[in-house]
Design a protein around this ligand. Structure first.
Ligand code: NZQ
Ligand code: ZN
Length: 392
């Protein structure tokens, strides 16, 4: 096992009705003006925004609002948010939504507290030295941004989706009421379950050393999400299943599943992010569409890990041969994706990607050849292109 730092400063307030505590939680942060940031309208339709505003009013907290965040959140709205925050001297951002809203809030937070163009951070040109404090009312279990240090933004010009990570952006608090996620469309619930699982699988299917306790927690988390994803297909209002999945989403991406291992592979995420940038697909569905192809392409580098995954997570009986066992595990995961109505190819994702486009995606993914992605196997442009081709 490797040395590690485990830093999880986010206060979690979890359970039925907890959104009514938002006013007091914001006030605890001694802020003068709050920006409530939200998405394309689900929070208005469900009445959540109204409840949040009421709670802030009761706690005598001043606020302004900015909605309009879309999945694969856009840089243009981030710029708008930065200007708004500067104009009204906002000193706290309350994200009411999912990964897209939280990530947009984090980007605005960087833009307000650092000089220059916020996109520089996402292009890895320089490092942020601060971020406005962020609070979260989570409405979808998926990205794990409510406890993570990451933010992923899409720049419309060139359709480039890039992530930036720093501990400054870890939310101060995350309010999680599983009931709020009951209004999610079935497709988004399944997308969320895939993303949650991928955050653990990226870390589990790694190259370096690991720690048995982390492996075991990862295996149980994955099995728990599979079990509850199946329940939610037929019972979207099952509170316990919603709660299991919601908490798994945070634990999967708050660093716990990286303790003692090499931090993970992340190639599947990088390969998917290009699809999100170019074709605006839902993140979880994009991950499901490419994961099997990535796994088959790299598995020979770590057959032991893939076979362990097959046996301990997918309940495959060891075939006596590592490779055969590994393949059976990958196939079982793809069967699960199918079961929860997720795609396992680009075609099933609804994309007809030309050869030329696959080359462009692969080139963008590897920054024109300046970087490789993944650690199980370090993938260059040709490798990533091959994976898109296999996923076609
Ligand atoms: O915008 P509204 O109207 O709210 O609709 C949203 C959106 O269309 C809807 N929704 C959310 N909560 C709902 C609801 N509809 C009904 N009832 C509710 N309670 O669901 C749709 C998806 O929302 P979004 O925020 O995009 O989902 P998710 O949490 O999956 O976030 C995806 C984004 O997070 C990034 C992804 O790349 C993608 O851009 N990620 C962020 C990470 C991080 N910051 O740590 C890590 C992840 O790997 C991921 O890359
Ligand atoms: Zn993800």
């Amino acid at each position: 096992m490797y040395n590690f730092n485990y830093y999880t400063p986010t206060k979690v307030v979890f359970g039925k009705g907890v959104e009514s505590e938002v006013g007091n939680l914001v006030r605890e942060n001694n802020c003068k003006k709050v920006l409530i940031h939200y998405g394309s309208g689900s929070v208005i339709k469900t009445g959540l925004l109204e409840k949040i505003c009421k709670s802030l009013d009761e706690a005598n907290v001043n606020y302004i609002t900015l909605g309009g965040v879309v999945p694969n959140p856009r840089l243009s709205l981030v710029y708008e948010g930065i200007e708004l925050c500067k104009k009204y001297s906002v000193d706290f951002i309350l994200a009411v939504g999912g990964g897209s809203v939280i990530d947009s809030a984090k980007a605005i937070g960087y833009g307000v507290t650092n000089e220059g163009d916020v996109w520089d951070f996402y292009e890895k040109k320089r490092q942020a030295t601060a971020c406005l404090p962020i609070g979260v009312v989570l409405t979808i279990a998926a990205a794990g941004s409510e406890m993570s240090q990451s933010s992923v933004i899409t720049k419309e010009e060139g359709l480039i989706k890039r992530g930036y990570s720093s501990n400054y952006s870890r939310p101060k608090f995350a309010i999680m009421n599983p009931e709020i996620t009951m209004s999610l469309p079935k497709y988004q619930t399944s997308c969320g379950c895939v993303d949650i699982m991928m955050h653990t699988m990226e870390r589990y299917l790694n190259y370096g050393e690991t720690m048995e306790i982390t492996d075991r927690m990862s295996e149980e988390l994955l099995k728990d999400v599979m079990l509850n994803a199946r329940i939610l297909l037929n019972e979207p209002k099952n509170y316990n299943a919603r709660a299991e999945v919601m908490w798994a989403g945070s634990l999967s991406h708050n660093g716990l599943m990286s303790c003692g291992n090499d931090g993970g592979d992340w190639a599947t995420h990088q390969i998917e992010h290009e699809l999100g940038g170019m074709y605006d697909v839902a993140h979880g569905a994009g991950l499901a569409a490419v994961w099997g192809s990535w796994a088959r392409y790299v598995m020979d580098e770590r057959l032991d890990r893939f076979a362990k995954f097959a046996v301990n997570v997918m309940d495959i009986k060891h075939r006596g041969d590592l490779r055969e066992t590994a393949i059976a595990g990958i196939e079982a995961m793809e069967r699960f994706y199918r079961e929860i109505e997720m795609p396992i190819s680009l075609k099933e994702l609804g994309l007809d990607v030309s050869d030329e486009e696959m080359r462009e995606l692969a080139t963008k993914c590897c920054f024109g050849g300046k970087r490789t992605v993944g650690v199980v196997k370090k993938l260059g442009i040709e490798d990533v292109y091959n994976i898109y081709k296999m996923a076609k």
